[in-house]
Design a protein around this ligand. Structure first.
Ligand SMILES: *[C@@H]1O[C@H](CO)[C@@H](O)[C@H](O)[C@H]1NC(C)=O
Ligand SMILES: *[C@@H]1O[C@H](CO)[C@@H](O)[C@H](O)[C@H]1NC(C)=O
Length: 134
């Protein structure tokens, strides 16, 4: 193989590896009940293939799970959330969400509060309001 061909091959290999880190990573999603007055947060998360069921979270309780992105990178999780008479459903994980900032180091952390749902953003080093309750 010529020197040219082997460097092209190396370049392609490097590209394939950087693209596939999204697929190779083990992703973790956390949902934390940040509501006041010991209000219970009910959470039901699912993807096309995984139904994680309903979970009743006490104050500051953390529901979390881990998974791999499918090779087509189409894995999408969403969660129904309900507290008192408030309910909503939100996308919590998909490849188009800016995973390098909101799922830094493969960990995505959501916090439900009275106003809406916040996600931890590593570039801001803080929580960002991403969903308002309907
Ligand atoms: C907690 O109680 C305060 C004062 O009554 C109220 O304003 C607030 O909405 C309550 N929060 C929740 C999550 O019920
Ligand atoms: C995270 O914060 C940075 C800096 O403020 C911002 O540019 C980026 O869009 C945020 N990410 C998301 C997914 O909102």
């Amino acid at each position: 193989m010529s020197r040219y061909n082997s460097s092209v091959l190396l370049l392609l290999l490097a590209l394939a590896l950087s693209e596939s880190s999204v697929v190779l990573s083990k992703w973790h999603v956390h949902i934390v009940n940040g509501l006041s007055n010991n209000t219970i947060l009910n959470v039901h998360c699912q993807s096309k293939n995984d139904d994680l069921g309903w979970h009743a979270l006490a104050a500051e309780e953390d529901f979390n799970w881990a998974f791999h992105m499918n090779i087509f990178r189409t894995t999408l999780f969403f969660c129904y959330m309900q507290w008192k008479e408030v309910k909503g459903s939100f996308k919590v994980f998909s490849v188009d969400m800016g995973l390098h900032t909101i799922c830094y180091d493969s960990v995505c952390t959501y916090r439900a509060e009275e106003k809406g749902v916040y996600v931890y953003n590593e570039s801001m080093k803080g929580y960002l309001l991403v969903y308002l309750w309907p």
